[in-house]
Design a protein around this ligand. Structure first.
Ligand SMILES: [Zn+2]
Length: 65
């Protein structure tokens, strides 16, 4: 099976390349970097919402009387 590397568009063969679908480790890391950078931007507002969910734990005080 052959696919084009998403980074440099070179043809990559899944049978011979361990970094498939990337042509090399460099391109794999580059893609990971792109993804991480996007994820960081997207998750920033979500982080602020997380602060409001602190009281989400079950009430264990119910067991003692
Ligand atoms: Zn590549």
């Amino acid at each position: 099976m052959q696919r084009r590397c998403p980074i440099c568009k070179k043809l990559v063969d899944s049978a011979t390349n361990t970094e498939f679908p990337f042509c090399s480790e460099r391109c794999r890391l580059l893609d990971l970097g792109n993804w991480a950078a996007e994820k960081y931007v997207v998750s920033e507002p979500i982080f602020n919402e997380d602060d409001d969910e602190v009281g989400d734990t079950p009430n264990s005080d119910d067991t003692k009387h």
